[in-house]
Design a binder for this molecule. Structure first.
Ligand SMILES: Cc1cc2nc3c(=O)[nH]c(=O)nc-3n(C[C@H](O)[C@H](O)[C@H](O)COP(=O)(O)O)c2cc1C
Length: 324
């Protein structure tokens, strides 16, 4: 028997598969079913910063929304924030796996005291999905980065439970940013966020979403950066975006991830697929004479390569340069 247990943000997980934040994690029944099929923890469907602010506005009688905020207003009305707290309380009564709450945010102020309510409702941890695409040509990279540190600082003032941040890879110096973030009060960094990916409908000339779900070839970016950073950070790293089978989990652990967050594969194949992934991880470990996932974690982190820049350049020359 391979020991699949791992520790993430100080939480003991029976295996490395966390079901990431999404609509599959929005009711107690769904969470119970995910636990039954082997999920080690769940991240609840995110509460949006706008929902918290809208609740605050409605309590103060100020609920004037500009036209551009119409959709957000509609969304927030239909997703009452108290339901999120009830879901945490009810899930804690019904399941024994850790419950990680989630807030999707893009500002450092106005909503952060809500994190305390999440802690009081019994969440084991909190994941902050910092959803910022730095599109403003007048905003410097320092200003963009400052937002992340301000969010961490303001949330830390409110809670004592561990918390993590889910980030994208759009930073001018991603490596430095992740290492700096890891030295704050964060217990974990989740790499990487899946932003809305635009495509164009040539019939209607409208912007439409490209793939909502990931596929296994999306994992390369996560593998690259966790391999480069896992031995240099001061907090746990979690892999997400493109884990579609047991092999994807093994690869993530090899680069140094403490756990993985899976969403698209569960939408496509159902919660039953979790057990299949777990079986495949165990099978691979047994075939390679590992008795626990700790035995192979980080084996392929870039600390094992002499110099990652030379390694990356050499790989490029080897695989791309040979095509005539
Ligand atoms: C339908 C859908 C809904 C999602 N909802 C959320 C959400 O509410 N909050 C969040 O942080 N991420 C959300 N995500 C992103 C996932 O948590 C995850 O980071 C991303 O899908 C990459 O994992 P995957 O490759 O396993 O799909 C959602 C993803 C999908 C596909």
């Amino acid at each position: 028997m391979v020991d699949l247990s791992t520790k993430y943000m100080g939480l003991n997980l029976k295996n490395p598969i966390i079901i990431g934040s999404c609509g599959l994690v929005d009711s107690v029944e769904k969470i119970k079913n995910l636990e039954k099929h082997g999920a080690a923890a769940v991240v609840l469907k995110s509460l949006f910063e706008e929902q918290i602010l809208s609740e605050i506005d409605s309590l103060s009688g100020d609920s004037n929304y500009s036209e551009g905020q119409e959709y957000l207003s509609y969304f927030t009305k239909s997703h009452n924030i108290n339901k999120h707290l009830d879901l945490i309380r009810d899930a804690k009564k019904e399941v024994s796996i850790p419950i990680i709450a989630s807030i999707n945010c893009s500002n450092a102020d106005g909503w952060t005291d809500y994190a305390k309510k999440i802690e009081d409702a019994g969440a084991d941890a909190l994941e902050l999905n910092v959803f910022v695409l730095p599109t403003d040509v007048n905003t410097s990279s320092e200003e963009v980065e400052k937002l992340y540190f301000d969010i961490v600082k303001n949330v830390k003032k409110e809670i004592t439970i561990p918390f993590s941040i889910k980030i994208g890879s759009y930073f001018s110096s991603l490596a430095k940013m992740v290492v700096k973030l890891s030295k704050t009060d964060l217990a974990g960094i989740v790499m990487f966020n899946r932003f809305f990916s635009p495509d164009i409908d040539l019939n209607t000339l409208e912007i439409k979403p490209s793939n909502i779900f990931s596929n296994s070839s999306d994992l390369f970016n996560t593998l690259r950066w966790i391999a480069i950073l896992s031995h240099q950070v001061k907090c746990d790293l979690v892999a997400t975006n493109g884990i579609h089978d047991g092999a994807g989990v093994v690869k993530s652990i090899l680069t140094g991830a403490k756990a993985v967050e899976v969403v698209s594969a569960i939408y496509e194949k159902g919660p039953e697929f979790i057990q299949e992934m777990l079986n495949d991880i165990s099978k691979w470990a047994e075939e390679n004479d590992y008795t626990s996932i700790n035995d192979f974690r980080g084996k392929l982190s870039s600390s094992k390569q002499e110099n990652s820049l030379i390694y990356e350049r050499a790989q490029f020359m080897k695989y791309f340069g040979s095509y005539k």
